[in-house]
Ligand binder design. Structure first.
Ligand SMILES: [Zn+2]
Length: 250
């Protein structure tokens, strides 16, 4: 019993750390800054943060939400994102029916692949919200993860021709977008849609699309403006990955 609780708390903490990394990536990728080696700093005064300032959630509480050096208020958004990342990651682990007794190679591969795909959607959605642009680099990262997963499925004897066709279409659209360089948005949407299909599956893609269109319709009806649909579409993919796993994985 205690071992199980520790097991799940560990996954909650992994989720919190991932959430903390995602917020950093969403901030830095559009600025073309390094996301792995560059030390975190205060965006106001530029002072580098100490290790004890980098503990997700806890550091924020210790520092009472202010920078140690310049007293600038740190947005509560960070702590909220970290808290919910932990919660959603734990839900994702539970949706894979992972527990301390069933932790085998198949589950581990599903866990790693799912984590990479959810990370991609999270960062794509976040950057889309901040800059209104598709982070092509993050999509490519997700596609590479997907290619490795397809190779794994192929070795296990699965038919992956369907994915190869989607992959060829996505590369074609990407190249066309680069060459023609007009109407970027249409190419961006197509790439994100195809990424959703290959990284998850048709059912998750359809559910995410229907809900996104529904939200667009409602927001247009109420406020006469269209919501940031690529942002919502990305996060709906994460939500439906978890729901789909809960329903289908035994
Ligand atoms: Zn500062």
């Amino acid at each position: 019993m205690i071992a199980e609780v520790v097991f799940y708390i560990a996954f909650y903490i992994i989720g919190v750390v991932l959430g903390s990394f995602f917020t950093l990536a969403i901030y830095r990728i559009p600025l073309k800054q390094d996301i792995l080696y560059k030390r975190s700093y205060c965006p106001k005064c530029g002072n580098k943060l100490k290790s004890k300032d980098l503990i997700p959630i806890l550091s924020y509480l210790f520092l009472k939400g202010k920078c140690r050096y310049c007293n600038e208020k740190i947005s509560a958004r960070y702590i909220i994102i970290e808290f919910f990342s932990g919660l959603f990651y734990l839900l994702f682990v539970l949706s894979l029916k992972i527990d301390i007794f069933s932790f085998n190679v198949i589950k581990i591969v599903q866990l790693i692949y799912g984590t990479l795909i959810i990370s991609s959607f999270f960062i794509i959605g976040g950057i889309e919200k901040e800059t209104k642009q598709l982070s092509t680099g993050t999509v490519i990262f997700g596609i590479i993860a997907n290619i490795f997963y397809m190779i794994y499925l192929y070795i296990l004897g699965n038919n992956i021709y369907r994915y190869i066709i989607y992959l060829i279409i996505i590369v074609t659209i990407y190249i066309l977008g680069k060459i023609l360089n007009t109407q970027r948005k249409i190419y961006d949407i197509s790439i994100l849609i195809l990424f959703s299909i290959i990284a998850t599956n048709e059912i998750i893609f359809i559910m995410s699309t229907i809900v996104t269109l529904f939200m667009c319709f409602i927001s247009y009806f109420l406020h006469k403006k269209i919501i940031n649909y690529m942002f919502y579409f990305s996060f709906l993919n994460i939500l439906f990955i978890i729901v789909f796993n809960f329903v289908t994985i035994m």
